[in-house]
Write a protein that binds this ligand. Sequence first.
Ligand SMILES: Nc1ncnc2c1ncn2[C@@H]1O[C@H](COP(=O)(O)OP(=O)(O)OP(=O)(O)O)[C@@H](O)[C@H]1O
Length: 370
Amino acid sequence: MIVFDDVTKRYPGAAVAVEGLSLEAPNGKLTVFVGPSGCGKTTSLRMINRLIAPTSGSILLDGEPTERMDVALLRRRIGYVIQHAGLFPHRTVVQNIASTARLNGVAKDKALRTAHELLERVGLTQAFAHRYPWQLSGGQQQRVGVARALASDPKFMLMDEPFSAVDPVVRGQLQDEFLRLQREIGKTIIMVTHDIDEALKLGDQVAVLRTGGKLAQIASPRELLARPADAFVADFIGRDRGYRFLSFAGLGPSLPLRREPVVALGTLPEAARQVALDRWILVADAAGRPIGWADLDAQTGPLREGDLNLSGTLAPRDGTLRHVLDAALSAPSGRGVVVDAADGSLLGTIGLGEIVREVEAGRNGTGGVA
Ligand SMILES: Nc1ncnc2c1ncn2[C@@H]1O[C@H](COP(=O)(O)OP(=O)(O)OP(=O)(O)O)[C@@H](O)[C@H]1O
């Protein structure tokens, strides 16, 4: 556990950056520091590995005050990932990954072997092993940065805006991969971000800081959305908080899935009309995976791929109400398509009305909303 005990940082000649910060980051959990620019997130993070010295107060690692520890030993216990990855430009990918373990005195052969293994853990193939950082995309560099922090198998990890230097699509992928990885490795992590969506998606708990480095609220994402402590937190979480809350509501076992008729490509419109619920018919492949919707009012010949409306998103059965609401809103039929997460096959559809009823059932504590 990482504990901040009344920690203050005053830079000489500047306003106070962090004031009286007290909080606990539990073991095995990911705690996110979020807040507006200049609120003291990075300063707070860097005080943990003593890149910055607190003016007063104490930071404890599993009960031991960091100010009493040897700095080199302290840093070896803590993995550190920074924005733009901060890789050594003249070292290859595996040499970069192995560098932290080497610093910890691990023999070169063993460090390199571990580096090759870690490469795959963070979603890269061996083809990248001997490339230099400049031969990698931003997202690949970030993955190497994460692998390097993990190389000495530290119990604690500090991550400063680790996914911010890449475009939104890659960023989403890196976040998903990192969540999967964290489920396996269960490190004690503190991550800094200015992006509330990232904080709510990744954090087991989220600490919202306000300017001057004062803690406004620390809570689980769900709690933060449901009960912001004050107007500052509510404003920072943003206008979409009602909608965002749906991300934390799973599709309960009672979700009323409707049986949706499907046809194959090549079906004639007359045959499709026989089974369709309305003017929209869902087209699926031989394995029962939905391809898209066909508009039978506009269809004259056999259904071809080019005729299909592909706007609808697919909601996995183990997804959230946000997924299924998006699926219903984006489908031309107004029916959200729910699929098996493992094989992508159709399980059924759900209409907007039923989704709203699920939400209501969850609020009343009577239904399947998690
Ligand atoms: N070395 C320094 N000397 C003086 N003031 C500093 C120094 N480093 C940071 N500050 C000030 O301390 C405050 C907190 O800075 P910090 O970098 O921790 O904020 P942050 O929340 O991480 O911001 P951002 O999201 O913009 O990166 C800011 O007002 C900043 O200007």
